[in-house]
Design a binder for this molecule. Structure first.
Ligand code: SF4
Length: 513
């Protein structure tokens, strides 16, 4: 198990790249800035990385689509098609294109300096022999990692003798709404000038490059403990490996514990929640979690029974799935706007009988009207609470009421019946098996052991459901794959509402004890 030090430990046995001379790329540079251990593992023990799941693949796909669309803004631009493993050829091809004054922009231009290889999204020819560096991102806002991103590119370009007079981030404008006739690409993208920021950050780049190259070429792995940095700015693919020996009551699972507080505990060698000192500054929730772990007994507040008052059964249990692609699919929708495409509705009547209804869009157009009509129809003539497990359904229903004024009244009636179980759990229950999370996926299996999300096929979380429907809606899957995805979507959403039914049942039982 890793110890609370920042020293070095021996490398693992597996080493995929051991015969190659290590080199940095822009991606490795950013990985190294996030975590030196991630950089080292990525070269020396890449086999230990978790493979990309459905969600990550969809993110890559979105990035590729946005990158390709950005090229439309530079008519006459030329793509360097040489693959990454033909880097020397790509560099030569880029030089040839730079020498051709008729080429106004180069896409994926290749450069190398001080052992750092890069491919530049867009290099725009400007007047006086100068060039503009443009980094394309599918995100809607500037992040600090983007400054690191363009700074290392600028370092390589200027080291290679390229005169860089402007540096821009070309990203998605979150306020853009798709028109009736498709995407207006110049309006879809927004430029953020990073010329000054990259110049300031550039001063640090040579030292960072030197340090990262030293680590990459070294035989020992940096001994860095996992913490909040593992998902900031990106989820690290070595998380499962780095945390494989962490205890179930790891201090990381204290809800809302900041990175600084986590480090403070780690620096004192405190790994398990029961060992957190009594005088360590904690929020009320964190203090309660510590108490639960020390005693080993589930926390059930005396106020749970009254918090459940009026929530049934009889009750309905509702869950929505939405898609939110970077490039909006439907007229009037914006990048990443949540578009509901699926609902699952369970009902428990006064005799305890369970029934189920559901809706899943066919993926052949804007699903929102059919989604809303179907839900109103399913709940027409009914009364009583509709239980959900977040404020998400409320937000989506309000958006639908605004979009369809003729449905505003029945939708508002549904909104008035919504009751959110999540804050009831957060305020009144804690079990060590929550592992610091109050999500339905953590809470329901912990309190109701018959609930599991582990045996679902391919889709076991909302982001995967969103990715699946995006692929169906864009027509990027064949009929057999679409059928598999639709089966998986139906199973997943139904499982969510069934989990809610079970969670409610065990909460009622706990309140009676
Ligand atoms: S999981 Fe965390 S500690 Fe481990 S390599 Fe990744 S970022 Fe570094």
């Amino acid at each position: 198990m890793p110890t609370a030090s920042s020293g070095l430990s021996r490398r693992p046995a597996r080493s995929r790249n051991s015969k190659l001379q290590p080199y940095l790329t822009k991606s490795r540079y950013l990985e190294g800035v996030q975590c030196r251990k991630r950089l080292w593992l990525g070269w020396h023990a890449a086999d230990l990385a978790r493979g990309p799941d459905e969600t990550l693949q969809a993110l890559f796909e979105a990035g590729r689509e946005v990158g390709a669309a950005a090229r439309l803004l530079f008519p006459g631009g030329t793509l360097v098609t040489e693959p990454p493993w033909a880097h020397a050829e790509a560099v030569t091809r880029t030089r040839d294109l730079m020498d051709d004054a008729d080429v106004p922009a180069i896409f994926e231009g290749a450069f190398e300096w001080k052992g750092v290889r890069i491919r530049v999204d867009v290099l725009e020819r400007l007047s006086g022999g100068a060039w503009g560096l443009l980094e394309v991102k599918a995100s809607t806002r500037l992040k600090q990692v983007h400054v690191d991103d363009v700074s290392v590119q600028r370092f390589v370009l200027e080291g290679s003798g390229v005169s860089v007079s402007s540096v821009d981030l070309l990203h998605v404008d979150r306020d853009y709404a798709r028109g009736d006739n498709g995407i207006d690409w110049p309006a879809f993208f927004q430029r953020t000038d990073l010329t000054a920021e990259s110049a300031a950050r550039l001063e640090q780049v040579p030292d960072v490059v030197e340090d990262l190259r030293r680590i990459l070429g070294g035989e020992v792995m940096p001994d860095i403990l996992p913490g909040r940095h593992c998902s900031d700015p990106y989820d690290c693919e070595f998380w499962d490996h780095c945390t494989r020996q962490m205890p179930d009551d790891w201090v990381f699972y204290l809800p809302g514990l900041t990175g600084d507080r986590l480090r403070a505990l780690q620096e004192h060698g405190i790994e398990c929640i029961p060992h957190v000192p009594e005088d360590f500054p904690l929020s009320a929730t964190q203090a309660r979690v510590c108490k639960v772990h020390r005693s080993g007994e589930r926390y059930v507040s005396a106020g749970l029974a009254s918090a459940l008052g009026g929530l049934g059964p009889p009750a309905f249990y509702l869950d929505f799935e939405t898609l939110g692609p970077a490039i909006p699919l439907y007229p009037g929708t914006r990048p990443y706007q949540a578009v509901p495409f699926q609902w699952s509705l369970h009902h428990v009547d006064s005799a305890g009988e369970l029934t189920h209804r559901e809706f899943l869009a066919d993926g052949r157009g804007d699903p929102r009207r059919l989604f809303a009509d179907g839900l109103i129809d399913a709940l027409s003539g009914t009364a009583g609470p509709i239980l959900v497990y977040s404020s998400f359904e409320r937000t989506q229903l309000r958006a639908l009421a605004e979009l369809y004024p003729d449905l505003a009244e029945p939708i508002r009636a549904l909104v008035d019946r919504l009751r959110d179980l999540a804050p009831v759990v957060r305020a009144n229950l804690y079990d060590p098996a929550f592992q610091g999370s109050f999500s339905l996926k953590a809470v329901a299996p912990a309190l109701a052991p018959c609930v599991t999300f582990d045996n679902l096929d391919r889709i076991a979380e909302g982001s995967a459901a969103s990715s699946a429907m995006s692929r169906i809606s864009r027509g990027s899957v064949d009929a057999a794959e679409e059928a598999r995805l639709r089966t998986a979507l139906l199973a997943y959403c139904q499982r969510d509402t069934l989990a809610l039914v079970e969670l409610h049942r065990v909460m009622i039982e706990a309140a009676r004890r």
